[in-house]
Design a protein around this ligand. Structure first.
Ligand SMILES: C[S@@+](CC[C@H](N)C(=O)[O-])C[C@H]1O[C@@H](n2cnc3c(N)ncnc32)[C@H](O)[C@@H]1O
Length: 434
């Protein structure tokens, strides 16, 4: 090894390690290039790029780890020296429980399984309800087949939040995804009295996933109707207080994609349109929609998200609505429907697109974003859905929309160091659709 891997910040372990906050643009560009080479099947080029970055750039720990993992695909021999070097630099920084937890998680990610698990166990003895530590150790134990130990890790969390059914459902989902269906169902029995619709949502998702052959039980909101609505509402009620800050950290670009498509349409910003922001959340799209709107209506399932949107004071009307249920929509018709980063919570979109068409004027616009899939739609391990362009075009056509006038392919955000491919579409409701 010719150069010592350096870190661009002193105290890199104190933050969330998924964040690339310690990184320079050059480091992030190198990671992106190496990932792109890997995704394009050019593993030799990916390894060369990763090695070059690891030996010549100042890197934050997550980027260094992501590059090391690229090397590890070609065998431990290439990755081990960099792993040792990175961990040796980070170990002296693990001066408190939170930092030790971050180091332990990083060790697990870098395949230093035993050391990482031991560090996390020690940290959990000091802080038994630390969720990131519990999640990381749960994944490790499930890989080892130690299901009972994994479930036991969650007991302090359950004791601290005895009425939180969604917390139990998180474990149900993890167990189900790892193939521990019997254990998942046991925890589901505990969750059900605390979480209306949990079981219905779980069974719907499990059946849908089995039907597509995609495996068991990840999504708790596939499709439309009460299960989708109940699950997503409960998630966003919890998420509302930290939503904006979290999305900013993740570099979320959904609203930005919508804004760009809107700008490209070159409409006069003269407050002329009736606009529906469908699933407005905390209202991130409101400020750039308002100049076009004579009437800006935001709807969402979650009262907590709507309360945040209300505080922005840019919407004329804010109301609750289930996008899967036409009877709950506000009075239209609208010149434009916007739907940023919402359809990921639905699997099949026929119903929702049909509802959008019903409230859009003939010739009116629908602008939305999804996470991109290669074909059809499927539920990703993140619990969100991905949809392909071909599936969207076909489902939009059946609902009465035309071919996309704009299709923007772009990264939506980063998850575990990898970009999440997004797709933004602008389509028009056909004037002569019966
Ligand atoms: C990731 S947020 C996006 C919010 C906003 N559009 C933005 O770009 O920031 C997803 C939103 O969709 C809402 N949502 C999910 N399912 C819904 C449904 N069936 N009806 C209405 N809103 C829904 C959630 O409550 C949440 O506020």
């Amino acid at each position: 090894m010719t150069q010592i891997l350096t870190l661009s910040q002193h105290d890199v372990l104190s933050g969330q390690i998924e964040e690339h906050r310690a990184d320079t643009p050059a480091a992030l560009a190198a990671l992106k290039a190496a990932n792109a080479a890997l995704d394009g099947g050019k593993s030799g080029q990916a390894v060369a790029l990763a090695t070059q970055a690891l030996t010549s750039l100042a890197l934050g720990p997550m980027t260094a780890a992501s590059l090391i993992l690229i090397l590890r695909r070609t065998g431990d021999a290439a990755a081990d020296p960099f792993t040792a070097q990175l961990l040796a630099q980070l170990a002296p920084m693990a001066t408190d429980t939170a930092r030790r937890i971050n180091l332990g998680r990083l060790m697990l990610a870098l395949h230093r399984k035993e050391e990482g698990a031991a560090l996390l166990r020690a940290a959990l003895a000091e802080k038994p309800t630390d969720r990131p530590a519990i999640l990381a150790l749960t994944a490790h134990l499930l890989q080892q087949g130690a299901r009972a130990d994994a479930v036991a890790l969650w007991q302090p969390l359950f004791a601290a939040e005895p009425a939180n059914g969604l917390l139990r459902l998180d474990l149900v989902r993890i167990l189900a995804l790892s193939g521990a269906e019997a254990e998942a169902r046991q925890i589901l029995d505990q969750a059900e009295p605390l979480c209306a619709n949990c079981r219905a949502a779980f069974e719907t998702a499990a059946a849908a996933l089995r039907g597509t052959g995609a495996g068991m039980g990840a999504g708790m909101g596939t499709g439309t109707g009460a299960p989708q609505a109940a699950m997503t509402m409960e998630i966003f009620e919890r998420f509302a207080p930290t939503y904006d800050a979290t999305l900013e950290k993740l570099g979320n670009r959904g609203p930005e994609m919508i804004a760009r498509m809107l700008t490209a349409m070159a409409l006069p910003a003269k407050r002329q349109l009736a606009i529906l922001d469908a699933g407005c959340g905390t209202g991130l799209c409101g400020p750039f929609l308002r100049p076009y709107a004579k009437r800006l209506v935001g709807v969402d399932l979650s009262p907590a998200m709507l309360a945040k949107a209300r505080a922005r004071k840019v919407f004329h009307v804010l109301d609750r609505c289930d996008l899967g249920s036409i009877g709950t929509y506000p009075k239209g018709p609208f010149d434009m429907v916007i739907c940023a980063d919402v359809l990921v919570y639905f699997g099949d979109l026929a119903q929702v697109f049909g509802n959008f068409a019903a409230v859009t004027k003939p010739g009116g616009w629908l602008l939305f974003t999804v996470e991109a899939a290669e074909a059809g739609w499927h539920l990703a391990p993140s619990g969100r859905h991905k949809h392909s362009l071909a599936y969207l075009e076909e489902t939009l056509r059946k609902a009465g929309f035309g071919k996309p006038k704009q299709a923007e392919h772009n990264d939506l955000r980063h998850e575990f160091g990898k970009p999440v491919a997004g797709l933004g579409l602008a389509v028009q409701r056909l004037a002569l659709f019966a």
